[in-house]
Design a protein around this ligand. Structure first.
Ligand SMILES: *Cc1c(COP(=O)(O)O)cnc(C)c1O
Length: 402
């Protein structure tokens, strides 16, 4: 087999595919993907330009429509997800908003789980109703609420599992079955599980959205997003919307993410091993009220997590005694783990959701989501687990000193 023969690709396993899938070398034979930082493209003659616009030939036109570096990322993400097609977007929110806005119209109905990333919640609660879309929120873990909400015709369902920040697990297969009976497409925000641990399309979902800013870059550098699904829906519904509204990913950011993908499973597996160790430490640490990690047997939906995820993930949620004062004392005592609202980074980060990411949600709704004043979200990084545990012990000591 020659080096350019791609016939063996079908048998490649995931670790190989995240390095090689979708790579199209140019005539220079470069090792690494080139970055095509160009806004436009030129044609050999006027006829070629005309044929490109009629669709008779395929030729890049303009980077808002498509770009070779962005296309390489889209091919590799689709391959990793097991999706027919992918469109990369400028941010994760660009992915979520395009997936929903391209699909719905005035008079439609959207059902969403209430435990959503803050901006996703805003789109469903505030933006869609302005355009005449009826939106309904349900407690995502309550199948009776889903059944009730999906007892009438619905255009789309949006959910996130594990959810931010309380790591609730939603039954993607069961919700998809109900949604399809109501005529809805199911859009899953798969950021927390990452493509390494959960494949929503295989569970029955129709569309998967990512903030590539999180584990896919995973090193805190660039913003980006992706929407994955069936080729026909991407081509006919999503693509006209993203092309004409301008939600394009920068080729440079696409290139950074291609580099991130090369080590995605290595990083996510190492982060998840750390998360499991840290969660075990936190479960026995003094001053801690609760610890939630989908890979621990005491997680309220452990059986479901085992069924639909192949790993526990890289996030841990825990609650300390002493409410906000306790949480702030704990976080301020940390010397290694940084305070940041980001997640999925190679560096460990803690967040106090009640005063940051979820501060705009009213206190009663926040309490209903299980987010208390003592709740801390921990995005576990690649540091040595013992160094993380030593740092968390500083937090526990500060709690004890209150
Ligand atoms: C970060 C995040 C988003 C938004 O992604 P951006 O890249 O910040 O726009 C959406 N959903 C979830 C679950 C996220 O964590």
């Amino acid at each position: 087999m020659s080096n350019s023969d791609t016939s063996c690709q079908a048998t490649w396993r995931p670790a190989t595919r995240q390095l090689h899938a979708g790579l199209e070398r140019t005539a220079y034979g470069e090792t690494s993907e080139p970055v095509f930082l160009t806004s436009g493209f030129v044609y050999d003659n006027a006829e070629q330009a005309a044929k490109t616009f009629t669709g008779e030939i395929t030729h890049y036109q303009y980077s808002r429509f498509g770009n070779p570096t962005v296309a390489a990322l889209e091919r590799r993400l689709a391959d990793l997800e097991g999706a027919e097609a992918c469109i990369a977007t400028s941010t994760g929110m660009g992915a979520v908003s395009s997936a929903l806005l391209s699909h719905v119209k005035a008079g439609d109905r959207v059902v969403a789980s209430s435990a959503l990333f803050g901006s996703c919640h805003w789109i469903v609660a505030n933006l869609l109703p302005r355009y005449g879309v009826t939106t309904v929120f349900v407690d995502g873990t309550n199948m009776d609420e889903w059944a009730e909400a999906l007892s009438e015709p619905t255009a789309a369902v949006l959910l996130e599992s594990p959810s931010n920040p309380m790591l609730e697990i939603l039954d993607i297969a069961a919700i998809s079955a109900l949604a399809h009976k109501a005529g809805a497409i199911v859009v899953v925000d798969n950021v927390f599980a990452s493509p390494v641990y959960q494949k929503p399309l295989a569970l029955g979902a129709d569309v998967v959205v990512y903030s590539c800013t999180k584990h896919i870059d995973g090193q805190g550098r660039v913003l980006g997003g992706a929407v994955l699904g069936r080729a026909q829906w991407i081509a006919e519904t999503l693509q006209p919307f993203t092309r004409n509204t301008g939600n394009a990913l920068s080729p440079f950011n696409a290139w950074v993410m291609l580099k991130g993908l090369e080590t995605l499973s290595l990083r996510v597996d190492a982060m998840a091993r750390n998360a499991a160790q840290v969660a075990d430490y936190l479960a026995s640490a003094p001053g801690l009220l609760t610890v939630r990690y989908p890979g621990r047997a005491d997680h309220p939906q452990y059986a479901l997590a085992q069924r639909q995820m192949s790993g526990g993930g890289t996030l841990v949620a825990f609650e300390v005694a002493g409410g906000r004062e306790g949480a702030f004392a704990f976080m301020n005592a940390l010397k290694l783990i940084a305070i940041s609202n980001n997640l999925g980074d190679s560096r460990s980060l803690v967040t106090h959701p009640a005063t940051t990411t979820h501060s705009k949600i009213d206190p009663a709704a926040r309490a209903a989501l299980g987010i208390n004043e003592g709740t801390i979200r921990f995005s576990v990084g690649l540091e040595d687990a013992q160094d993380l545990i030593d740092d968390l012990a500083r937090g526990a000591a500060a709690l004890a000193a209150l």
